[in-house]
Structures are given as C-alpha cells and as structure tokens.
Design a protein around this ligand. Sequence first.
Ligand code: HEM
Length: 451
Amino acid sequence: MSSPQMQLATPHFLLGHLPYFNSDPLGFLSECGASGRDVMTLRMAHKTLFLLREPEDVARVLVTEHHQFIKPAWLRTASISRLLGDGIVTSEGEIWRGQHNAYLPAFEVSRMPEYGDIISSLTAETMESWTSGAAIDVQMEMTQLTLKVIGRLLFSSLTPKSDWPEEIACDLNILLVHFSSRYRVYGMAPFPPSLAEMRAAKSLNASICRLICHYRETRPDPSSNTDKGTQPLLPMMPGYSLSDTGVRNTSFLSDQVKTIVAAGSESSSVAVSWALILLAQHPEISCKLFAELDTVLGARAPNLADLFYLPFTRAVVNETVRLFPPLWMTGREAIHACVIGNTKIPAGGQIMTSQWLIHRLPGYFPNPDAFRPERWLNMDPRDIPKGAYFPFGAGPRVCMGKNFALMETSLILASICRKYRPELASQDPIVPWATVTLRPPLGVKLILHAR
Ligand code: HEM
C-alpha cells in the first residue's frame, strides 16, 4: 500500500526508540505507520522489536502461520501476571488447549440469549443509581458493570452481597497505573513492584479467592440435576475439581479466574466508555443512534434478538473499537528464524502488531481518524482484508469472548442511550491512556441527561 514516507526520529544512542515510545506511545506508533516501511526494526534499549505495518503480515503471524509464533516472553513478566495471573491469555501448547476446550461451552451460541438478559438486567440495575444531570466516572462505572456481568457468568448469582466489583475495579486501576508508569515498554524495565502495587495485587487475589469460596459454600448440591443452560463457568474451569477434592490448588484456580475476570471485564468496559465519550463528542451521531433505539425499542430494554434490528448501534461499536481498540498492541515471538517483508527475524525475535496503527491506515479506512459509524452500515468486518481490522485478534488465539463482548457492548450502549444523552463534564481534550488497554484517562466524567 503506498503512502507518503516519513522519517522516524533518530534513535537515542543508548536507549534507541524507547524515549519516543515512552513519552507518547500512540504518537510514536502513528509515526511508524506513516513511515511507509512494512516492518520497522525498533531498538528499545537493549531489546529489538519488529513492528508490522502490513495487514497481510499481521494475518500471516496471527493466522496462516500461527504455529510458527508463540505468545511473547514479556507477557509472562511479573507485572502482567499480577494483573492477569497465569491463565489462558498467557499459556501455550497443551495447557492452553485444555483451558480453551474447558471454556468453549461457556461461549456457545445457545447461551447468548440468556447472557443477553443478564447484561440488560444488570445494566438496568446500575442505571437505577444514576440521576439525570449528575456526572458519573464513566470508566469506573463501566468497569464495575462489566465485572458484575463476568461475575454472573462465572458464579451465576452466587456472589457475596459486598462491594467486590468496586474493590476489584480499584485494584485494577492501581495495577494499570503502575503497569503503565514502569512497564511502558513491555518488560524493558523490570523494577521491583511498589508497595501500592503489591497491596493491590494481594487485595485482587483475596477478592478472587473470596468469590471462589463463597461460590463453594453456597452452590447447590453438585449431585443434584442442575439445568445445563444455567451452569456457571467456574465448575468447568481447569483446577476446580482438583481443589474440590481437597488438593491444594487454589492459586492455580484463582489465576484462571483472575484471567477471565480481567480479560472479560476490562476490554468491554473500555469499549463502552469510549463509545459513550465519542457519542458525547458527536451529538449528530448520537441523534441517529437515539432515533434507531426509539424506533426499535420504544420504552423497553433491549435483548439479544433486538441487536439484529439495531445496525447503527452495532456500527457505533465496530467504529469505536476501530478508533480506540481496547487492546492496542498484540505481540508474538518467532519460534524459528523467518523473513517478513524484507526483514530477517531471528529465532526468539519479538514481533509486535498494533491495532491502533493498522486500524488508522488510510488505505483501508478513508479519513481514518474520524468517528464515522456509517462506514460500517454497508460493510461487514469479515469483508475487510485479513489483518486490517482485528480488535479481537485473529487466528486460534482470537478473543474467546468476541461474540459475547460484541453483544455485551451493544446491549449496554443501547440500554444507556435509550434512556440518557451523554455529555462530557469538561471540555478538556481526552487523551487516550495507553496502558495494558487503551483506556480513557482516569476520572473522565460524563453527565447523563434523561432523554
Ligand atoms: C470489547 C471487548 C474485548 C476486546 C476488544 C477483546 C480483545 C481481545 C484480543 C485482541 C485478544 C487476543 C490477544 C492476543 O492475540 O494476544 C483477546 C483474547 C481473549 N479474550 Fe478478549 N476482548 C474483549 C472482551 C472479552 C470478554 C468479554 C471475554 C470473556 C468473557 C474475553 C476473553 C478473552 C480470552 C479468554 C482471551 C484469550 C484467548 C486465547 O488466548 O485463546 N474477552 N481478547
């Protein structure tokens, strides 16, 4: 794809491109996108990263030649594992396959209507605490809501009546702040964790363990004939039955749960938060959305079946995760030496693909920086060349919760916008915060006006 070439800033003699990436990761990636080179060889202090810019190379690494690439070493750093635990996101080989197969039943299409009802009712419950004209901390509210949703998937309704979503949301915030300040470049600067980070990690583990214990204490008799349709995910998880029979395996199970809690709540909450912010910034687009919701839903809450009749709502979600992909970088490690484009990658070479960079290439998305949900009305994400649009990743390691997440974000958005018009509480520019996810900056407030 031809585009005007731009020179990258000269690398620092000692730190290479690290200072540029550290001070403005998204700006740096955009410059890499404009450089016109297929594969950028970036020096980050003593480490080398190969950044892909061509969608077909992304598709090769994630899909067609996926068996030549594994999850990268930096994903196994202590900082990431404090956040995610050692679960399915980081595992490889037979361990990954076991986890993947164990979770598959939870994401079966037949379960989606039931999940849709859960999402709508938990969103309605959250909205009960809102008053028209009052400001909400959008990311915090959405994190708590998506935590409640993932909590319901994992434990059905067997969660304690405590403030666990708020506690976990606060711990996640602290861990993300620490991650982004010290680990901007994945694993490049392995400083010891701060006291606050260790406290948050401990508290997150304790909250997860409490949820597991509460489930065990209050679950119905396992021998009773429970309806498969309402079976929560926890008993299907690797490690559950081992600890059930008394083997001390709690940390293994709690890591699996922590991964699903973090993967299943964080990205969805980020997607809905950005969608609401973008709608607040674009009142003309909000009006189109309101018109669709009013026509299709009237005064009732949405369910899964409604989504088929809400193409503009789905387009808002597709466009939001294009512009602000909750996971903005995806990494892989080459098992063997290979050549991508004209660049030789050694065995063990660290390869990065960036949704932020590729989703904004003008060849695939005209006027790429503009928020234009309309572009999706006559376009199916599946029609886009492979590797050019991958908010959920691609290949065998594609997001397991992709369909669930698309439903979740659309239903939450539809439920909120059916009732409220979002407005930003401040006119300050909203600069995305590139931590593990691409979050809105901490504390962005939205005023919700009853419609
Ligand atoms: C808008 C919301 C979401 C986005 C944008 C998103 C994005 C992603 C991406 C890009 C990956 C692949 C990472 C890689 O290739 O290295 C991934 C993996 C994963 N996601 Fe999501 N995700 C979302 C929501 C969810 C939800 C709601 C769940 C669970 C309920 C979930 C569960 C997972 C799991 C289990 C994996 C690991 C899959 C594997 O390695 O086999 N995600 N997600």
